[in-house]
Design a protein around this ligand. Sequence first.
Ligand code: ARG
Length: 458
Amino acid sequence: MSKKLWGGRFKESINDLVDRFNESLSFDRRLYAQDIRGSIAHSRMLAKQGIISDNDASRIIDGLTEAKREMDRKNHLDSDLEDVHSLIEKVLVAKVGAAGEKMHTARSRNDQVALDMRMYVRDAVTRVINLIKEMQRVLIDLAEKNIDLIMPGYTHLQPAQPVLVAHHLMAYYEMLKRDKQRFYEDLKRVNVLPLGSAALAGTTFDLDREMVADELGFDSISKNSMDAVSDRDFVIEYIFAGSVLMMHLSRLSEEMILWSTQEFGIINLPDAFCTGSSIMPQKKNPDILELIRGKTGRVYGHLISLLTVMKGLPLTYNKDMQEDKESLFDTVDTVEDCLSVITLLLKEVSFNGDTMKQACEKGYLMATDLADYMVVNGSTFRQAHDAVGKIVLYAIDNKKELHELKLEEMKQFSKHIKKDVFKWLEPASAIKRRNLLGGTGSRAVLECIKQAKMEINS
Ligand code: ARG
């Protein structure tokens, strides 16, 4: 068993099971690049402040730079050390001797791990924002490509009114826009330097925290050392933003699963994103979309898990907080994978325009438009609603759709119906009448697409 950083005070060595239970290297090794970058900035600052010599600092920096190169090639990672911080210090001391033992001056693992996590989340936020943008681009393209297609819009999963496929797709663009804002919001709070807080109370050494903040690209410096080493809000916020994003991806997945069923039949999923059955030769199953829907659950789980870990912790650092890592890392992996895979899939889906058009002609989707027509012709909306309700009932009894009724049949229910009604009853005309801001009219949707293209490049 390797020597502990804190071994001095102990008579007995740690129990094997406890050692395994306590260790975090198996998962926090992911932080090595951030850890090394932080240590380099810290050492440079220690030298500038005269706390260590320039010579020691340059040996530390060279040693860390070399360690980083080796770790990039996966060396030194299989070790029985307690955590990534112990590992890097050990590797460094093996390379540069006593100088390496000075690196941890004026620092604790508590502010060190807070720093590493902040740098990790900062990188993860940048990546996820780029992935969201890429998915938005694909949605915009798909909307533009299918700008003429009309599909049934649903409420309660019952046919409601015709909408443009492009309008439906652009709804997801809007959701993703909010997701992006949530991640940007997290970034503001992530980008605060905790280093210099040491274990909890700050340090007796005269540090230049601004210098470290500048070198590491932090916008500001933590104001309270006790808060800085206890705070994991920024991790929770990443997982929260990830949870809402996953909820959106899950809803889109659910819709595509439904749309690809034989019953809906309005979308074709690419073969490369589906799987077959080991027994039923005819099957083409939307497993990838189901997995995205399913993986949403684990991200929600991580959110609740970390909120629960934090809720009873007295200030300041407690080992419970080590539990933040697996939750965060799994969330990052899940969110990035799901975004990447759904973006690829969206590039290859196609819509069945004819099926969608036929679906718009069944199920009385034009009933609201018929009521609006009567209002234009002098009825009150309430009267018109009632009359159309009766017309729909009559049509159902006679096994007809609205446009299949004769003018005389309709006229029995309202004096506000004339022969131009049949033009109103075409789904395409329902779309044309909805060019108000935010509506499903082609002009309105094209305007949104235009704005979206500008937004995304800004
Ligand atoms: N592995 C620890 C964590 O992830 C590092 C900090 C350890 N600090 C301590 N005081 N034991 O939280």
